[in-house]
Design a protein around this ligand. Sequence first.
Ligand code: CP3
Length: 350
Amino acid sequence: MKLKNDLIIKACKRLPTERTPIWIMRQAGRYLPEYRAIRSKHDFLTMCKTPELAAEVTIQPVDIIGVDAAIIFSDILVIPEAMGMHLRIHEGRGPVFSNPINSSEDLRKLRNPDPGKDLKYVMDAISLTKKELNGRVPIIGFAGAPWTILTYMVEGHGSKTFSKVKKMIYGNPELAHKLLDKITTTTAAYLSAQIEAGANLVQIFDTWSGILSPRDYQVFALRYVYQLIKDIKRKDEPVIYFPKGVHYLFHELKECGADAISVDWTLELSKVRRKIGDKVAIQGNLDPTVLYSEPPFIKREARKVLESFGKGDGHIFNLGHGILPDIDPENVKALVNYVKEESGQFHLLY
Ligand code: CP3
């Protein structure tokens, strides 16, 4: 099926577009009253595992906010769950695994899931969303990067100090590498299956890459991202990599195989573009908390992001991290409309 709006695909390939495309990380979620209405009737994981519900909330931000892509409603933690870990999403506390990994015995107990079968509900949600979207916008598939998934598997939940996973990489690096290897293999099969099911591009979320030293980031995170991207079976579906908090190793980042690198708001887009823009597209990077403000301020800040990237193609507008649950949807609409209306002047095509 031909896409009616393929701006994001073109931008990922740094091809000319008439304006800058925009989508919002975590755009399907609690800041939307329409999401909360469905969520009040169903448990989060039930929503992920019921393709009709997942498709409905996936399409909500396309209809309500007007974004240029739909990201499939799911979670990065469905991979460890498919490996046999017991996942619960606690109200207020976030995700919790009751049986975190701590030994080679725990590793031995992990299943080797076949994502095409064990995560078939994600593929079904993608196919159904695709049918319902009827080519209006591309569908983004996604997964967590191996390092970020490892942190949740070892910590059992979010953490401030990441003591357990750090203890593992320093005290038992062999076990950490075995786990990372296993996660990488499963995630490559998982993203390949999402593309096969109809995802037009995929994003790899490395939410916790910024807690590592540059050397450890290379050894325990980036190396597996190279492997992962190499192993994804795809034709020309772009890959976006989001290494949150990484402000260095630009040369390695641009060679990791991703078509686009997503950056947080602590970096200047103009600098990032100078360093890697000759090889990859760049996504980002409005500070998500700017959306707490009023539309005139939001528009000024959005303009600064557009100006920092400057004239030319290869920019996908996004926040520097996920949208927060207490943001007013009207502000998000104001941002999306502004980027759609004003970004044309940064492109040379028309
Ligand atoms: O972007 C989207 O709209 C698609 C859906 C999506 C979710 N999680 C739904 C979700 C995506 C892309 C994710 C990714 C994800 N999940 C990440 C990486 C991105 C990031 O923000 O860094 C991480 C670290 C997770 C793990 C996770 N899942 C956390 C930390 C939480 C709790 C915190 C929170 O935001 O609520 C979840 C639960 C979760 N995943 C919710 C949603 C909509 C909230 C569940 C609810 O409705 O109660």
